[in-house]
Design a protein around this ligand. Structure first.
Ligand code: FES
Length: 237
């Protein structure tokens, strides 16, 4: 659940960085894998020293990452925000299972791949009368950093969300050997360069490589080619 007393805020600068205020803790987190290389859990938290207010790179070209060093101006970074301003539930597609439901907004996928194990989250949702499948589906849904996938308990009608204090984690993806998105947790308000607020959500992933075609959110292009992106989308349809 979001900490209602926390005061974190992220302001997006036009064609520039993210300005984070409110003493939001900053850390590095690594995607852990099982024996088959599937994303499985999160580990190796390392706190990154930062002040009350700090500025994070959005163009992907700072030499002082994760902090901004002004390079966006030299390289002519185009950080135009094109993500939908609709709410998550307005965009979501629902899959109904036995004991659980799943909502999915494909455009938010950061391709951390936590939903692939044991036949995938859709299969697990369909089989959620089985306690083991139910448990795995909930685990996969909670581990999805972008909140693209949300698992719902059919009995209570409530989402099964992980509990987060306000924090930002810079994601490292060892299988793809690259840095991933900024994982923004605990309901931190994000203000667009045009001054409007995005829907406040418990977890979202912001692009920090500059390549996303769904800015300000990550769309997996930090490691995917356009062809890989198209093929993955086809798998889900
Ligand atoms: S960090 Fe994922 S697309 Fe930029």
């Amino acid at each position: 659940m979001a900490d209602e007393k926390a005061k974190g805020r992220i302001k997006i600068v036009k064609n520039g960085p993210y300005i984070v205020s409110g003493a939001v803790p900053l850390m590095k987190m690594v995607i852990g894998t099982d024996e088959e290389g599937n994303s499985y859990n999160w580990h190796s938290e390392e706190i990154v020293p930062c002040g009350e207010t700090y500025t994070l790179c959005r163009c992907g070209q700072s030499k002082n990452k994760p902090f901004c060093d002004g390079t966006h101006g030299e390289v002519g970074f185009d950080g135009t925000e094109i993500a939908s301003r609709k709410s998550y539930l307005e965009e979501a597609v629902e899959t109904e299972g036995f004991d659980l439901n799943l909502t999915d907004v494909w455009s938010l996928c950061d391709h951390s791949r936590f939903c692939m194990r044991a036949g995938g989250i859709r299969k697990l949702i369909a089989e959620s009368e089985n306690p083991e499948a139910r448990e795995l589906a909930i685990q996969q849904g909670k581990n999805c950093p972008s909140g693209r996938l949300v698992v719902w308990d059919k009995k209570t009608g409530k989402p099964l969300e992980p509990e987060f204090e306000q924090s930002i984690a810079m994601v490292h993806d060892p299988v793809k050997d690259c840095e991933g998105p900024m994982w923004v947790r605990g309901g931190i308000p994000i203000e667009s360069a045009d001054g409007t607020l995005y829907e406040i959500r418990n977890r979202v992933t912001l692009c920090q490589c500059g390549k996303s075609e769904n800015k300000p959110f990550c769309d997996g292009r930090h490691w995917m080619t356009p062809e890989e992106k198209r093929d993955w989308k086809a798998k889900w349809e």
